[in-house]
Write a protein that binds this ligand. Structure first.
Ligand SMILES: *Cc1c(COP(=O)(O)O)cnc(C)c1O
Length: 414
């Protein structure tokens, strides 16, 4: 028989979202009359912007004719899209990024996972806790960790707790680490990083020859003008950081699939002999070998995000979700809950009342208000005692969910 990858067996069986689905299904079966509102999984609900739809229709028509038909495109993405990306997302913000440092892909989830292909074993890897589970699980799969304890922490990983006590901005690691995952605006806490905070991380990376993997999937939700949208707004970040961006959350591409990763030519690692190696070259080699590019139609759709109409429509989409976030924040605050996030990101991070665990709050919210959220402990040990509520839903559902919470989960029970 073929040998399997034993590291997969270390993965915690009850991954967060299947366990949520299990409890929701059990509840729905016992209470078929209950109308559940899901403010759990971070998926968008509103349709694609009109400019994107129009561009994709046009691209489909091109594919229908011999003289405009396109076959394989460049694995790294079409130049028309890479140039729009650098112009709007980087040059307009004073960041020096070249079009050939941008790699278009079908998602940031896969890119944040696949980047491990070009990194060797033996790196000390740090994650912020709570964390987007992909960063952790892919390191487990790659054999970079030992087994998990009963809090879900894997030996060999460095966890940097982000809690209310440190303003959800973790301290620098006390030991030397080689790879650091950062996600700002943060999923799940909704926290953002100021220029000073990011500069501190870039300084650490420079001093320790570390690589920062910066996930900026939610940059479009930043409303505060002093908060950087890209890590490359920090001097020196070009030498130490890879940035992941996605069209999923800003433009509603979760089902359409398009994202990109920026690997500056100045980012380097070392080989077994200690020689400096250009990571851009390796990532390019990886993508051209294992990936055949994003569909032409989808890349035309993504390009349209950067048109004047597209920019306006994306802004409206983001404002729509952020107005939901405001309704959630105001309701919960008025009910006496301690809440964080929801200002520069679509997630509200709530402190569970009293000594209630994250899962106890989940069960109560489901049973009393028929509302589904996400237990903070599912994102890491430091998420215990917290709970995530997503602003991705229709206005009517958000309002109805808040009405129910006001009625059933008010301050009187805190
Ligand atoms: C949604 C999300 C992404 C985007 O993933 P895609 O694969 O591009 O849809 C990336 N990182 C985080 C933290 C996310 O929440």
């Amino acid at each position: 028989m073929a040998r399997i990858n034993d590291h997969y067996l270390k993965l915690k069986a009850g991954y967060l979202f299947p366990e949520i689905a299990r409890r929701v299904n059990a509840f729905a079966q016992a209470h078929p009359e209950a109308k559940l509102i899901k403010l759990g999984i971070g998926d968008v609900t509103e349709p694609l912007p009109a400019a994107v739809i129009e561009a994709m229709h046009k691209a489909i028509d091109e594919m229908a004719k011999r003289d405009t038909f396109r076959g394989y495109g460049p694995e790294q993405g079409h130049a028309f899209l890479r140039e729009k990306i650098v112009g709007h997302d980087y040059h307009a913000h004073g960041c020096e990024i070249a079009a050939d440092e941008v790699f278009v892909s079908d998602g940031s989830k896969c890119d944040t996972a696949n980047i491990l292909d070009v990194l060797g074993p033996g790196n000390v890897v740090a994650v912020v806790d709570p964390v987007y589970p992909v960063y952790v699980d892919t390191n487990v799969m790659a054999g970079h960790t030992g087994p998990a304890n009963d809090r879900g922490e894997y030996t060999g990983l460095v966890y940097l707790p982000a809690t209310a006590e440190n303003g959800f901005s973790p301290e620098l690691p006390s030991q030397k680490v080689d790879v650091i995952y950062l996600c700002y605006p943060n999923n799940p806490t909704g926290a953002v990083a100021t220029k000073e905070t990011l500069a501190k991380w870039v300084g650490y990376a420079k001093a320790n020859d570390a690589l920062i993997l910066f996930d900026a999937a939610y940059e479009a939700f930043i409303t505060d003008t002093v908060i950087p949208h890209s890590i490359y707004e920090i001097d020196g970040a070009r030498d130490v950081a890879i940035e992941f961006r996605s069209f999923s959350k800003n433009a509603g591409f979760t089902g359409t699939r398009c994202a990109f990763t920026v690997v500056p030519r100045s980012v380097a690692g070392t080989d077994a002999q200690g020689n400096r190696v250009d990571v851009h070259r390796l990532w390019s080699r990886r993508q051209t070998t294992k990936f055949n590019g994003v569909s032409y139609v989808v890349q035309r759709g993504a390009e349209a995000v950067y048109s004047d109409a597209g920019q306006q429509q994306v802004r409206e989409l983001v404002e729509f979700y952020m107005a939901n976030a405001k309704i959630i924040r105001e309701t919960l605050t008025s009910l006496g809950y301690e809440i964080y996030g929801g200002v520069n990101g679509p997630y509200i991070w709530l402190k569970t009342p009293g000594a209630m665990t994250s899962w106890a709050f989940f069960d109560k919210l489901l049973a009393d208000a028929h509302v589904v959220g996400t237990p903070g402990s599912g994102f890491g040990a430091a998420g215990e005692g917290y709970f995530r509520i997503s602003a991705f839903n229709s206005r009517a559902n958000v309002q109805e969910a808040m009405l129910r919470i006001r009625e059933k989960m008010g301050a009187e029970r805190l």
